[in-house]
Every structure is written in C-alpha cells, then in structure tokens.
Ligand binder design. Structure first.
Ligand SMILES: [Zn+2]
Length: 176
C-alpha cells in the first residue's frame, strides 16, 4: 500500500522551477496531483517585481508540461513576432523610434522620432542612436537579430531540458 503524502514542511525541500530553472522551496498544495508546487518567486525587471510563470506550478522533478508550453509559446509566438519585426524593418521606408528625451524635456521623458528614407534627422535626442534612416534601420535590425539569436538559443536549451526530462519525485523526498 502506498504511504500517504506528508508535506515536506518540517525541512525545506528545494525543487526546480519549470520556467526559470532556478531552485526554490516547494510547498504542499491541493491544486496538483503530485501535491506540491514551487514557491512564489519572480524577476526584477526595471525595478518592478514580475512573477515567474513557474511559481505555483509543479516542479521540474515532477512535470515538464509548463516547460513544453513555454517552449511552444516562445517558438510560435515570440520568435515568429521577432522575425516579422525584422522583415518589417528591413523593408520599411519610415521608422518610428521612441527615444529618451534628455536634450529637451518632454512628458514622461520619452518621445517618438520619425526617420524617413533619404532624410537626415536633426534631433539631439535621436542623435545618440542614429542620424540617418539607414543608420537607424541598421541599428534596429541588428538589435532584433541579436534578440532572435538569444531566443533561438533559449528554445534549444528548453528542447534539451524537455528531451532529457525524467520524473524524479525521489529528489523531492516524494514516493515515486
Ligand atoms: Zn521560475
């Protein structure tokens, strides 16, 4: 007869987050059949705390479903979006750029600058990024291309994690 699940509250057991792959305390829950979820955690992005999608989900030792969902979203939504953005920039005749208004005060400190093919932009805020349409286009295409490379690497890492996944509840002190 299988032994009943005893919540690992007596000692702190760490499980791996399915989204960020850092390790956090796991806690008992009724939400998942395994009876455990990864504790609340997140990222600090420009000063704000943003919840990690892996918080409140079963740890990677138990499930790989959230990793598969993230992988699918990154490949079919994020990557497709970035590739479309790159094509758009490569064929554009006009580029809107939001720049920090340092040289001139503006509401919220940011404003849009429009670059048009064949025209030089005489704008001190934009000048730190680009002076011509071609330069703005080159810089933006390069930065999107960099994001695409990073994202492809991340997707490859997730593919690897998904391929290597085996249930390992014993690592959390749970019955297999
Ligand atoms: Zn996480």
């Amino acid at each position: 007869m299988p032994s009943p699940f005893v919540p690992p509250s007596a000692k702190k057991v760490l499980g791996t987050c399915q989204a960020c792959f850092r390790r956090f305390a796991i806690r008992p829950t009724r939400r998942w059949p395994s009876g455990v979820e990864v504790a609340t955690h997140g990222f600090r992005r420009s000063g704000d705390l943003e919840g990690c999608p892996g918080a409140g989900q079963p740890p990677y030792e138990i499930s790989v479903e959230l990793t598969k969902l993230s992988r699918s979203h990154l490949a079919h939504v994020e990557l497709v979006g970035l590739e479309a953005r790159k094509r758009e920039l490569e064929t554009a005749d006009e580029i809107d750029l939001v720049v920090a208004a340092i040289a001139r005060p503006a509401p919220e400190g940011r404003r849009a600058v429009v670059f048009r093919r064949g025209r030089t932009v005489d704008d001190p805020d934009a000048a730190r990024f680009a002076r011509t349409f071609e330069e703005a286009q080159r810089n933006l295409v390069a930065s999107v291309a960099f994001e695409i490379r990073e994202l492809k690497q991340l997707i490859a890492d997730l593919d690897d994690r998904i391929a290597r996944w085996r249930p390992a509840p014993e690592k959390l002190g749970l019955a297999p």
